[in-house]
Write a protein of this length. Structure first.
Length: 311
């Protein structure tokens, strides 16, 4: 793997996207036929290891995509489970952009990330979280600038991330690549990517760039949502709500029925769904939730998932 390029400029920011802003990503929803070893077109394999997959439906993965039908799945291969040259290898995908990024211009990149802790294939346990490394490039898979290295993505529900970077040179290609959570103890891991957006930044106030970005996991506001609840007034698991590791500046929890109708919306962590629709007990079954919250210096997170209402 090539060493990271200097001049990393990436800030997590909360950004209101313009409705008609130019989109630079092709096939941003990562849609394509489910296939192992092939990402959805026009995305192509750029990793130094093996090939990425179009999921779900391959290698035992049943995870629902964040947007529409499919997403991209990638892994990294640890030292304990593999021997060289596979040991320590990562996967990556890239695509030519719809327009050229210009040196000195700021851009806003949004995408949804997740992982599957139960990912085991052919006896190999890939159920550890990977990091995501992002590059801009000049030409096919020709890395020019590393613009972001995420914290380990250790959540199964989808979360949406937005950050800003400034291009140090002209670029017409974008690369997403897996990275190990700990380079000194490389464990096999997995990562899922979906629902991307790349647009020119129209923030009116200038953002001072940081020389480096090193976001520690304990500075993030992790959220926990149970996968089931039983509103039977026994004092245990009677409501479905989000539990956060910090006090968010803004929060919205929306819950939808199987038919897509909204059955609940809450605007604070203390507000939970009591399993009723217009005052009447809702039928048992599977419901979909969307959790959106903001914390810290404008970092926005969006999670998608499902919860079982037990009667």
């Amino acid at each position: 793997m090539k060493p990271p390029f200097c001049g990393l400029t990436a800030l997590f920011v909360g950004i209101a996207m313009l409705a008609h802003a130019q989109e630079y990503l092709p096939n941003p929803s990562m849609e394509g036929p489910s296939r192992a070893n092939f990402p959805p077109e026009p995305w192509m394999n750029c990793g130094p290891g093996s090939s990425a997959d179009t999921q779900p439906g391959q290698l035992g993965i049943t995870k629902i995509a964040a947007d529409n039908l499919t997403c991209i799945g990638m892994v990294a291969r640890g030292d304990d489970q593999f021997v060289p040259p596979q040991a320590g290898s990562t996967e990556g995908v890239g695509a030519f952009l719809l327009d050229t990024l210009l040196a000195g211009e700021a851009y806003d990149l949004t995408f949804s990330l997740s992982y599957d802790p139960g990912f085991i294939w052919e006896g190999i346990d890939f159920g550890n979280p990977c990091r995501l490394r992002i590059f801009i490039a000049d030409g096919e898979c020709n890395k020019k600038q590393e613009v972001h290295l995420s914290q380990p993505i250790g959540h199964y529900p989808w979360r949406e991330y937005t950050f800003r970077f400034t291009a140090s040179a002209r670029a017409d290609f974008l690369i997403f690549e897996t990275a190990f959570a700990d380079e000194s103890d490389r464990q096999s891991c997995n990562l899922f990517l979906d629902a991307g957006r790349l647009r020119k930044s129209y923030e009116t106030e200038p953002v001072e760039p940081m020389d480096t970005v090193n976001v520690q996991p304990d500075t993030l506001c992790q959220a926990y949502l149970p996968n089931a609840f039983s509103p039977n007034d026994d004092g245990r698991n009677d409501t479905f709500r989000a539990y956060l590791a910090c006090e968010p500046s803004r929060l919205r929890l929306s819950i939808f029925s199987h038919w897509g109708g909204k059955v609940f919306e809450g605007a604070s962590p203390s507000q939970g769904w009591d399993g009723r629709i217009r005052g009447e007990p809702a039928p048992g079954g599977l419901y979909t939730f969307v959790l959106e919250y903001e914390f810290g210096e404008g970092l926005k997170v969006k999670e998608y998932g499902q919860v079982s209402l037990l009667r």
